[in-house]
Design a protein around this ligand. Structure first.
Ligand SMILES: C[S@@+](CC[C@H](N)C(=O)[O-])C[C@H]1O[C@@H](n2cnc3c(N)ncnc32)[C@H](O)[C@@H]1O
Length: 333
């Protein structure tokens, strides 16, 4: 309500980011009594500070909450909350996992279709989802090219050039935030930058990012871009159960040049023991949304080896249990 009514936005926009309930009521055209009650809750949650009686100041959280990505995330919860609210009903319908049906997810139990289908039918929610994906990884330490050491030594001498040469394909890349950032840092490098996602994601893009080719591509069909230097997947495999991950990989391996191409998986990579709370929650989220999981390195090894690939290095993010897995065509495939 605070975001939708523009109350937090008005606070952030006010002089010194400080305002009284009366000023916020005027700015948001909301009854002052409602502002006071909502702000009481917001301050108790540390979303902003109450300096004096009914006088408020924005803090770091307020500023974060009014960003488009966080607004998108809160609106996106319209789709998610009914799923979590019905989780127990779903689990009970599967006898708490004892009745195996790999096509069942709590999401489909509630919405009667997959999440990708819901997003296809609701362009507004597709946009909210993409904004949220972008927001989640906007921080410097999460940028893949900062965490992947090979990027530091990329140079025109070691890369292919010419009209067919492709430097990076961001597969299932949504709005391609990582690709856009990488391109900004590497304008001197040869090769094209290609962003692929479902047609509705491509259609939701208001303006294609400069210098990026945006193409609709279903990753369950053969990869059309051959011999790229990098095929990059961020937060893609965690949406799919093992057999579907194998299918995605099977469609990309023939496009890889064993001498040149690297496949990068940027996702949670859980430790074998004592996983952090955040990773454990993300894993359960994947379970009820997609019947998939966050995985350990061992689990990823098992998956990639089924299609003749091998993990050659792992680069942890450092800030949480996410990492980049560097994957190549196995030498003795
Ligand atoms: C969790 S999002 C991650 C998006 C992006 N990589 C990021 O990290 O911001 C997964 C993405 O996979 C895309 N996707 C789902 N099914 C797909 C398919 N069959 N082919 C291509 N992309 C697909 C979704 O549209 C979505 O953008």
């Amino acid at each position: 309500m605070l975001v939708e009514l523009g109350i937090l936005g008005a606070l952030v926009a006010s002089k010194d980011q400080t305002a009284s309930s009366q000023q916020l009521a005027e700015a948001s055209k909301c009854e002052e009594g409602v502002v006071v009650r909502l702000m009481r809750l917001a301050c108790s949650l540390c979303f902003c500070d109450e300096l004096d009686e009914q006088t408020y100041r924005a803090n770091e959280l307020t500023i974060m909450l009014v960003r488009p990505g966080w607004q998108g995330a809160m609106r996106w919860m319209d789709i998610i909350y009914p799923v979590t609210a019905n989780l127990r009903g779903f689990l009970s319908s599967t006898d708490f996992g004892r009745v195996p049906d790999p096509s069942d997810t709590a999401f489909e139990y509630v919405h009667k279709k997959t999440m990708w289908r819901v997003l296809e039918e609701k362009p507004d929610q597709r946009r909210n989802f993409d904004l949220w994906m972008h927001e989640r990884k906007r921080h410097e330490e999460t940028l893949w090219h900062r965490r992947y050491p090979a990027c530091a030594s990329l140079s025109p001498d070691t890369l292919r050039s010419g009209p067919d040469a492709v430097l990076m394909v961001d597969v299932g890349g949504a709005n391609g935030s990582q690709l856009v950032n990488f391109r900004k840092q590497t304008p001197h490098l040869p090769g094209r930058y290609v962003l692929q996602d479902l047609p509705e994601s491509v259609a939701a893009m208001v303006q294609p990012p400069e210098g990026i080719e945006v193409v609709a591509h279903d990753f369950f069909t053969p990869q059309p871009v051959k011999g790229a230097r990098f095929y990059y997947f961020r937060n893609v495999f965690h949406n799919w159960p093992d057999h579907k991950c194998v299918e995605i990989l099977r469609n990309i391996v023939p496009a890889m040049d064993p001498e040149y191409s690297t496949l990068l998986i940027d996702d949670y990579v859980l430790p074998d023991k004592n996983a952090q709370l955040r990773s454990a929650i993300a894993d359960i989220h994947m379970m009820y949304m997609f019947n998939s999981s966050e995985r350990t390195e061992r689990q990823y090894k098992e998956i990639v080896s089924q299609v003749g690939l091998e993990i050659v290095a792992v680069y942890p993010a450092g800030v949480n249990e996410e990492a980049i897995l560097e994957v190549r065509v196995a030498v003795n495939k």
